[in-house]
Design a protein around this ligand. Structure first.
Ligand code: C2E
Ligand code: CA
Ligand code: CA
Length: 530
């Protein structure tokens, strides 16, 4: 379940991130839509205002034209000409000649005067910014109109009667028409035109958009039912949410990656806390008799989900992150507990374990080792500390002092990976170890390459001179066993006998081999190994 855990963590992160982005996306999309709606309705209000201004401009231009043609009179010919003019301009419903106080003198369509409900006095009219025009409401039966007055000299004026409703009708988007109203009013509040589909249906909590003209005393207002805005122009919502969710997934994955970059050390700590680092046992055997004389314990990380992580995938990180020491003790203590009966029963049986030089040189290493071994009721003589020669031992003198101390307590020390490391052969002597382990690199070629045979023979001779024993690593074939025996090597370790095994398997192997050796007469080791 340990690898289900990162998957779970990833899924949890992605879900959490999606939820956060969905929430943010919802708010962002809602806000965006709201802003879009507000912008749209604001523009519509502006359009209503521009149309109204344009209608006033249009009326003013008509009045200018009539005045320019000298038609500001009530004679039948002028009125006829004015009627033709009105006929050609749909927005203008009528043109009247009025006194300077605003009272009507005559009208192009005199019968329209009957539709008037009232007529404001000049004092109630509102001036345009340039003061050339006066605007006022013309209350009529069948709807209000806008009066636009233009003075002709000091005593008379022409008034155009504008119907404004038509220009307001088509402004509302179809979806909103039944849920809103459009108003045109004078700045004094006098309403000029209003579009509402159902006048009897009051708007509930309307949102209002209003605009005032800078040139004319006009004001337009659009009011919309707040509820209809939740469904109008919301097409952007789901695409925005989709983008937000996609960003959520992306962010979640990135976040989990980021966590993973800094996560392996935390993974190591969790594994240490759960005791997931376990020893695997690989036999070290007598090349001649095939007898298993001991074993090397090799670290495996048994994750919760059952996967087994090889040491090269975590030892370097454990070393660089300072977790190697705790990990080493965890593995050793477990191995000591497992092997204690074997070690007690066979005093010649040796347990080898790997220690990185940094750990060997760290304060308290010897004391901790002693107390762990003593606590397991195992003799120090049966414990071999393997120190690799791959990484240069930068403080050989100190290392030698530690080795001496270890040996004084009865421990044995092996130099691992001999032949491929940094130390020259003379340095091997300086360390004062008990054993050298010849690297698999030489074993691989010992049957084929004469120069390898020479090197192995040389190493064996050197070991003898320094009273050291020799173990060959990575022994896979009987030919290699024969070649190593003829070079003088005594012990071997390799897949030929067994790969590193979990304790129960290792224990079975040791027992069956003992039984086989006891049953058989002393025979050639290579044959027994096979
Ligand atoms: P090593 O100490 O040289 O261990 C021998 C390695 O060679 C082991 O690999 C073993 O499985 C492999 N091996 C043994 N016989 C054969 C063979 O016949 N053929 C082949 N192809 N390989 C063979 P493993 O267990 O993967 O360990 C690799 C290295 O990781 C070890 O090399 C050692 O340097 C390091 N290591 C393993 N466990 C520990 C530990 O507990 N502490 C420390 N500090 N290092 C460890
Ligand atoms: Ca080793
Ligand atoms: Ca080795």
């Amino acid at each position: 379940m340990a690898s289900a855990r990162p998957k779970f963590t990833l899924a949890a992160l992605v879900l959490a991130s999606m939820a956060a982005f969905a929430l943010a996306g919802h708010f962002a999309a809602t806000r965006f839509i709201h802003n879009q709606q507000a912008h749209h309705l604001d523009e519509l209000t502006e359009v209503v205002l521009r149309r109204s201004e344009f209608a006033v401009d249009f009326a003013a231009a008509s009045l200018d034209k009539l005045a320019g043609r000298g038609l500001a009179t009530c004679d039948p010919g002028s009125l006829q000409a004015i009627r033709l003019h009105v006929y050609q301009r749909s927005a203008v419903k009528d043109v009247r000649l009025v006194n300077s106080d605003g009272s009507v003198i005559c009208s192009a369509y005199s019968e329209t005067l009957e539709f008037d409900k009232g007529w404001v006095e000049r004092g109630d009219m509102l001036a345009s910014r340039d003061s050339r025009l006066m605007l006022f409401r013309v209350e009529q039966f069948g709807g209000d109109a806008l009066g636009v007055l233009r003075d002709i000299g000091n005593r008379k004026a022409l008034v155009a009667i504008l119907g404004v409703n038509a220009s307001l009708f088509d402004i509302m988007p179809a979806e909103l028409r039944a849920h809103g109203e459009v108003l045109l009013a004078l700045n004094n509040g006098a309403q000029l035109g209003k579009f509402i589909l159902d006048p009897d249906k009051a708007l509930s909590h309307p949102v209002e958009f209003a605009k005032s003209s800078t040139r004319y005393p006009l004001r337009t207002v659009i009011r919309i039912n707040r509820t209809v805005l939740s469904t109008w122009n919301t097409e952007a919502y789901w695409p925005a949410m989709a983008v937000a969710l996609a960003l959520g997934v992306l962010f979640g994955v990135l976040l989990s990656r980021t966590r993973r970059v800094e996560g392996p050390v935390a993974d190591l700590d969790r594994a240490l806390a759960r005791g997931e680092f376990r020893p695997y046992f690989q036999p070290i055997f007598d090349l001649r008799t095939g007898r298993i004389n001991g074993c090397e314990i090799l670290a495996r990380w048994l994750r919760e989900d059952g996967t087994i992580v090889p040491p090269m995938n975590f030892i370097p990180l454990a070393e660089s992150s300072g977790r190697i020491e705790a990990m080493t003790w965890q593995i050793l203590c477990r191995a000591l507990a497992d092997l204690q009966p074997h070690l007690k029963a066979d005093k010649e049986f040796k347990l080898s374990f790997n220690v990185v030089p940094k750990h060997l040189l760290s304060t308290g290493f010897v004391e901790t080792l002693r107390s762990n071994v003593a606590a397991a009721k195992v003799s120090a003589r049966q414990i071999v500390i393997e120190v690799t020669e791959r990484d240069e031992l930068d403080d050989l003198a100190r290392a030698a002092a530690v080795v001496r101390e270890l040996r004084d307590y009865g421990f044995r020390v092996a130099i691992d990976d001999v032949g491929v490391g940094h130390s020259g052969l003379s340095r091997l002597k300086g360390l004062g170890a008990n054993t050298i382990k010849i690297d698999k690199f030489f074993v691989d070629t010992v049957t084929a390459d004469a120069s390898t045979t020479t090197i192995v023979e040389m190493l064996v001779a050197l070991a003898r001179d320094f009273h050291m024993t020799v173990v060959a690593e990575g022994v896979e074939t009987e030919e290699q066993v024969c070649a190593l025996i003829s070079c003088g090597v005594e012990e071997g370790q390799g897949y030929l006998v067994a790969a590193p095994l979990p304790f129960t398997k290792f224990s079975e192997l040791v027992a069956s081999r003992r039984a086989a050796i006891a049953a058989a007469a002393p025979i050639d080791g290579a044959a027994l190994v096979a």
